[in-house]
Design a protein around this ligand. Structure first.
Ligand SMILES: NC(=O)c1ccc[n+]([C@@H]2O[C@H](COP(=O)([O-])OP(=O)(O)OC[C@H]3O[C@@H](n4cnc5c(N)ncnc54)[C@H](O)[C@@H]3O)[C@@H](O)[C@H]2O)c1
Length: 561
């Protein structure tokens, strides 16, 4: 993402961000916390307004869907907040993996957290509906579920869980179409259940600090955000004979062949024999779990019914980030080009595009639709997003381009910040210059180029890095802790009551249904614009959960996918 930066320039940008974000956060936290309260380091819990509790009050939770993402979430959960009492997965391989974890990487496994012996008490189910039996819920003392199922099942599973009296943290994208999102929100309100959707950037301290920088105004007038997530899945898939013996290559239940993929593509994996066998004996069980084929079960991202393509899987995260930076204003329009540019016939049977290139128009602060009383309809922020499968040179991130500065968020892991060079003013910005925060005449923060960090600025950097904000950079742990905190403090009787200010009176997850639905609208309308090869204008009522209006799907206005 930070394409033409040298290692030294990156270091400057990194230190600039630490200094500026650290300073801005400290000032704000000073204002918002009681005088004398310790503000450094700023922990995620302090920042997002929750706390742990004394004694064993962890929320008894079941994980539904123990695949790749379920494993990541378990690898980051904090048992003081969430106690995992049950897991459900239809694939035997994933039922095992969720306990054993992986040697390297984020999926540490439940045995790691609870100890092999204690983890045996965690009950394992196959289809998630088994654990929704009232007797099972009661015996487990179950209060909440985390859903990490394929996209097409999110709404049905979340609604069934809420009907069973459980609070829900469901992975993104919220649902396969917006009708379904609206049903989920309604169900949460009707049953007074919490509904949180897993766009983890809402809980990332890195993004929180980046947002402080944006909100302070030091970047000036932001007119463009460039976001991208590029991968290279064009390499041949290599494997050993021993591995191949563990994969199923016979007939799928619809009669087509289950192949071993030719290319390395995380969305098109081989089908483990142990996962195929139970369903080859019992086709109905697979259908009951909402899959038409074994391929659909393992490679659900490739098919239109079960997945939402690159916009749903990757783009939704980054459009979420871009819209957070723009104050969650509603977008105006989207257009784009997408297609199966690489995976043509014979490579795999995917339906989803392998390349998407889209352009969104968002209202700038002076635009009438920004809701700030502005009258300048030419004040537009253009957000471009691309995702492709044949080149990973830039990988992923978001670059915000303002009239006074540039901020690059790279791979959810680090941020680089630079001040624009002012014409005629030597060493006033650019890729080599260290910056700190100063106040303008009217008291607003601004960036000031001081020196390179190798020189006089080093002392400031030391101060900034000492406030190292948190280790949970990506936000998963914080997301789950905050969800547990909301569950523990939730009063079902009050439910979704609103105060005089029109805001919900109780603590809600930061990415609750209405917030997440906006992200789904962005991703799914971009897909529609690419399908139709048209510029689509967003309508306000789509974003209103109480109104029936929804964006068109490829099957027609208001038609489900
Ligand atoms: N927040 C993020 O950054 C992020 C990252 C990756 C994936 N995700 C989301 O997480 C979700 C899961 O993705 P994944 O990569 O883990 O997919 P996956 O295919 O690896 O895992 C899904 C699991 O659900 C299980 N399952 C399917 N039907 C079931 C049923 N009826 N009952 C019980 N289990 C069932 C499958 O067997 C599988 O193990 C998706 O919505 C995806 O978009 C989010």
């Amino acid at each position: 993402m930070a394409l033409d930066l040298t290692a030294e320039q990156k270091e400057v940008g990194r230190k600039n961000f630490e200094a500026v974000a650290g300073d801005l956060t400290r000032r704000d936290m000073m204002k918002s916390l009681a005088a004398g309260a310790a503000v450094v380091p700023v922990s995620a819990a302090v920042y997002f307004g929750y706390q742990s509790w004394k004694g064993n009050k962890a929320v008894k939770t079941a994980l539904i869907g123990c695949g790749d993402e379920g494993g990541v979430l378990m690898g980051d959960h904090n048992p003081e907040f969430l106690e995992i009492v049950a897991v459900a997965d239809i694939r035997p391989s994933n039922q095992k993996r969720i306990f054993e974890g992986e040697k390297n990487g984020p999926r540490k496994g439940l045995n790691h957290y609870y100890g092999k012996e204690s983890a045996k008490k965690i009950r394992t189910f196959s289809n998630y509906e088994e654990l929704l039996d009232p007797g099972v819920i009661k015996s487990l003392g179950l209060e909440a579920v985390i859903i990490a199922l394929p996209l097409h099942m999110h709404d049905t599973a979340a609604i069934k869980c809420m009907d069973a009296g459980l609070h829900v943290l469901c992975e993104k994208l919220m649902a396969r179409d917006i009708n379904r999102c609206k049903k989920m929100i309604k169900k949460a309100k009707d049953t007074n259940s919490l509904l949180s959707i897993g766009h983890q950037r809402h809980y990332s301290m890195l993004y929180a600090h980046a947002l402080e920088v944006v909100n302070s105004g030091v970047l000036g007038d932001i007119k463009h955000i460039r976001a991208l997530w590029h991968r290279n899945n064009s390499w041949p898939f290599t494997y050993t004979d021993a591995q191949a013996k563990e994969w199923y290559t016979g007939k799928d239940i619809d009669g087509t062949l289950c192949d071993i993929p030719a290319l390395r593509d995380g969305w098109c994996k081989p089908i483990p024999l142990e996962d195929a066998e139970p369903f080859l004996k019992d086709h109905e069980a697979l259908k009951k779990a909402d899959f038409r084929t074994l391929k659909e079960m393992v490679r659900w991202r490739l098919y239109d019914r079960t997945g939402g393509g690159l916009m749903a899987e990757l783009g939704s995260h980054q459009l979420d980030a871009a819209s957070i930076f723009l104050g969650k204003v509603k977008p105006l329009a989207v257009q784009g080009v997408g297609g199966k540019f690489f995976y043509g016939p014979g490579k795999n049977d995917r339906e989803s595009d392998d390349g998407v290139f889209v352009t969104f128009e968002f209202p700038g602060p002076q635009h009438p639709k920004a809701g700030k009383g502005g009258k300048d309809s030419s004040d537009i922020v253009v957000v471009t997003y691309s995702s492709m499968n044949t080149n990973s040179f830039e990988n992923y991130g978001e670059c915000l381009m303002g009239s006074r500065g540039t901020m690059i968020v790279e791979k959810e892991a680090e941020v680089f910040l630079f001040k624009e060079n002012q014409p005629g003013k030597k060493d006033s910005g650019g890729k080599e210059m260290g910056v700190t925060v100063t106040a303008t005449k009217d008291g607003k923060p601004a960036m000031e180029a001081s020196s390179t960090w190798g020189g006089g600025g080093a002392a400031v950097v030391k101060k900034a890095t000492a406030s190292a904000w948190d280790t949970d950079v990506r936000g998963y742990r914080t997301e789950m802790e905050h969800f547990a905190y909301c569950v523990r403090t939730w009063d079902k009787k009050k439910g979704y009551e609103k105060g005089k200010d029109g805001k919900y009176v109780q603590n809600l997850p930061r990415c609750h249904g209405e917030v997440a639905m906006a992200d789904a609208i962005l991703a799914l309308t971009a897909n529609m614009a690419m399908d139709k090869k048209q510029r689509i204008e967003f309508e306000a009522d789509w974003f209103d959960a109480d109104k029936a209006d929804v964006p068109e799907t490829k099957y027609g206005k208001g038609q489900p996918v």
